[in-house]
Design a protein around this ligand. Sequence first.
Ligand code: ATP
Length: 304
Amino acid sequence: LSQLFRPLDLLGMVYRTIRQGVIDMGAMFDLIDTPAEVVDAPGALSLVVRGGHVRFEQVVFGYEPERPILKGLTLDVPAGTTCAVVGPSGAGKSTLARLLYRFYEVESGAITIDGQPIATVTQDSLRGAIGIVPQDTVLFNDTIGYNIGYGREGADQADIARAARGAAIAGFIERQPQGYATRVGERGLKLSGGEKQRVAIARTLLKNPPILILDEATSALDSRTESDILATLQAIERGRTTLVIAHRLSTIVHADQIVVLDGGRVVERGTHGALLAHGGLYAEMWARQAAEVEQADEEEALPA
Ligand code: ATP
């Protein structure tokens, strides 16, 4: 019998998750693998965001007790600044984002926002304060207007159009014969990776959160699309505390602070210039990526 109920449980969980407004994080958080839901502490209060100062303090965490991923990580992101997180694959970059969104509880240590431990506030208030632009945006089989308006309950057409302009996708939408009523998703117009990311940016603009998590796409967009998107992202980062989960270092040169994770700890931190001058792991990663880009450029330039 339990076999029969498992799919129902799963459906229930998916439904609740959608209701919590987290569907656009599907790829990032691997919802189906998400274990028992984290619950609000008794008497939990609403998070009060003043500036959006995010702090990880001596955070210890592992998905399985015998395999710690973060081993006492401290990270301080002053209000309104951008912190990029880099490090080898599997270092725990996305894990930081999942913990900030409180998909999992930390084992010890604390994560605070403006001094309030996130474990003590309601999940609604926490998740309402954080916007996420994921690697891969899930689109509903509905109109593009609906897909953007989903960022904020009660958004009207003017709000949606404003958000679309902020995400630099308004021109594309207006060129479609049915404009904002154009159907997208599985059975509608297929959007490119860059266009989908712009829908996610527009949603986030509507939500207007003080704290932002950008999970940078691993798959390369073409370089023009990438630099266009970067400019849009930098515009929406202004005035918000931003955590960028970065895979390509070229995109985070502007960050106020870059932290390098390795072996469950922060091993280096500083600006791009300072980290290059330091000549450590970041400088090594930078040199490796630069060599890869050069090789790709040479291969592209070869006659077919
Ligand atoms: P990448 O650059 O490859 O995206 P990352 O630094 O973002 O990597 P995480 O996704 O944070 O790495 O994963 C850190 C470690 O935790 C990895 O070893 C990964 O296998 C493990 N891990 C991630 N999610 C889970 C999970 N749901 N259950 C068990 N282990 C997990």
